[in-house]
Design a protein around this ligand. Structure first.
Ligand SMILES: Cc1cc2nc3c(=O)[nH]c(=O)nc-3n(C[C@H](O)[C@H](O)[C@H](O)COP(=O)(O)O)c2cc1C
Length: 486
């Protein structure tokens, strides 16, 4: 557990205690456990259990590492977006080396990569979906003709919602299917349907590897752009068998995967243009007073930064915020809703518009040219007038409408219901709804819990940092653009 500073501190406590009681831990340790649990979205007890399970797993055989439970059919949720924000779809084929893929899952997760697993029918003869599910923390997919899978995610979405497809072990059979374009099970259908890069780690008996058919299939796959790691030379599982055919070690596979992912990161939106609005607006009452709101601009700025990181040409139109301009972004600073609309119009056309600013609904009808004087007992009555609706204006443009118009909804009650109504009212393509009730700390805070409302339905994303929300949104945007013709 070299990468887990907390475990080393917690385990000795646990091993001397007959039963684990969080209360018995000292305050400093409790504090660290609380932080770690919060980071992973678990209770402190669950976090302690996870640490123990992981630590025990280090010393036991793969077979002994079977988890207590992994829900086969839990409700779909977006795959976890991590600090690195990378996602791997791991297809596990039916070979002896499948047990090593469990280690692969664990190690990828340790490196901040989100892993979703597909097991072939043959793979399930070697390892269980329970193991893969518990280690990946995700539902495991196995069947092409699974009503739930088709309804919830579908093999097409599995094929798309990833940065890389890793096939390990890649059996001779899977290689043959890939080379010939067969699609008679979930794994091969995904491999045929994907446009994502594919990395395979072949593993088989040396005679299978050197067979002319496998040679031909390998040549075809290399020509198709498939990346290959291994196999290595060494002893086979079968007694007395040795040669070229051992699956590359998990660390080698991880190195190949991460090298590929980092070389291709940040290019999801290359060649695309994006406009983001962020922060509050300030509507003057007189030269010194104004109406504003509590928006910090953190979410909008994070989206602009994530889009720029992903290679988009980004214009950020922002109201007054106490944040630095995101690097690599053309930032235009405005004060009022009317100024914001004018700056937005000047920035069109773009491929994508994300309207995250908290634009004041009203402004003072006649703002004073001079500071209003206080008159004892006679507070002024402010007549308000409606501000332009920037999201609706852009969404309803006949010419120059972005291909994808995304609005934000700040709600304090019946979040998804109000956001759905907003989607219809404003004419936007998506609404990102967040709960900004004071208790959530979203306004001004660093984390957010959002619901993505599209015409297909509502996705509730897990609580995460605003930066991770931004990265997840950028991914979804890239996928949507790819689906509608790049
Ligand atoms: C004990 C045992 C071990 C096997 N090991 C391998 C292997 O390492 N590599 C391989 O290509 N096939 C191996 N096979 C054969 C595959 O399991 C078989 O070709 C299967 O159809 C592959 O299915 P899949 O490609 O859908 O996973 C093995 C079969 C058995 C019974």
């Amino acid at each position: 557990m070299a990468d887990c500073i907390d475990c080393n501190a917690i385990i000795p406590y646990c091993t001397v205690m007959g039963s684990i009681t969080i209360r018995q831990l000292d305050d400093a340790l409790k504090h660290r456990l609380r932080l770690r649990a919060a980071r992973h979205g678990r209770s402190m007890e669950d976090e302690a259990r996870t640490i123990l399970r992981n630590a025990a797993g280090e010393e036991t055989t793969p077979a002994a590492r079977q988890p207590a439970a992994a829900p086969e059919r839990q409700s779909p949720r977006p795959i976890e977006i991590t600090d690195h924000g990378k996602r791997v779809l791991l297809i596990i084929g039916g070979g002896i080396a499948a047990y090593k893929s469990l280690d692969l899952i664990r190690r990828l997760k340790q490196r901040g990569v989100a892993v979703r697993c597909v097991l072939t029918g043959a793979a399930r003869q070697f390892i269980t979906t329970l193991s893969a599910g518990a280690l990946s923390g995700e539902r495991v997919f196995t069947d092409l003709f699974d009503a739930d899978t088709e309804f919830d995610v579908g093999h097409i979405r599995l094929a798309r919602e990833t940065d890389l497809i890793l096939v390990a072990p890649a059996t001779a059979d899977l290689m043959a299917k890939m080379a010939t374009g067969a699609a008679d099970d979930l794994a091969s259908a995904i491999l045929l349907a994907t446009e994502r890069p594919v990395l395979i780690a072949p593993a088989m008996n040396p005679r299978m590897w050197s067979h002319a058919a496998t040679r031909r299939n390998l040549a075809t796959l290399l020509e198709d752009g498939v990346i290959v790691v291994g196999p290595n030379e060494g002893e086979m599982a079968e007694p007395g068998e040795a040669g070229l055919g051992r699956m590359a070690e998990p660390l080698e596979i991880i190195e190949a995967a991460l090298t590929f992912l980092s070389a291709h990161s940040g290019k999801l939106l290359a060649g695309k243009s994006m406009l983001v609005t962020s922060g509050p607006t300030r509507e003057p009452i007189d030269p010194v007073r104004y109406i504003a709101n509590r928006s910090s601009g953190k979410q909008g700025h994070a989206i602009a930064a994530a889009a720029a990181e992903a290679g988009a040409e980004v214009t950020l139109v922002c109201g007054p915020v106490a944040l630095p301009d995101p690097p690599g972004v053309n930032t235009i600073k405005v004060e009022t809703a009317e100024e914001m609309l004018a700056a937005v119009n000047r920035s069109l056309p773009v491929d994508v518009g994300v309207f995250a600013a908290a634009v004041a609904d009203w402004r003072v009808e006649r703002a004073g040219a001079n500071k209003m004087k206080k008159q004892a007992g006679r507070p002024p009555r402010l007549a308000l007038t409606e501000n332009p609706d920037i999201l609706a204006t852009v969404a309803h443009r006949m010419r120059g409408r972005p291909r994808l118009v995304i609005g934000f909804a700040a709600e304090t009650e019946r979040i998804a219901e109000h956001a759905k109504a907003k989607l219809a009212r404003k004419g936007s393509d998506w609404i990102v709804a967040n709960d900004v009730s004071q208790s959530t700390g979203v306004m001004g805070g660093d984390s957010n819990t959002v619901h993505l409302i599209t015409r297909d339905g509502v996705e509730s994303w897990p609580p995460q940092s605003k930066r991770d929300v931004a990265r997840a949104l950028v991914r979804r945007i890239a996928e949507a653009l790819a689906e509608t013709g790049g």
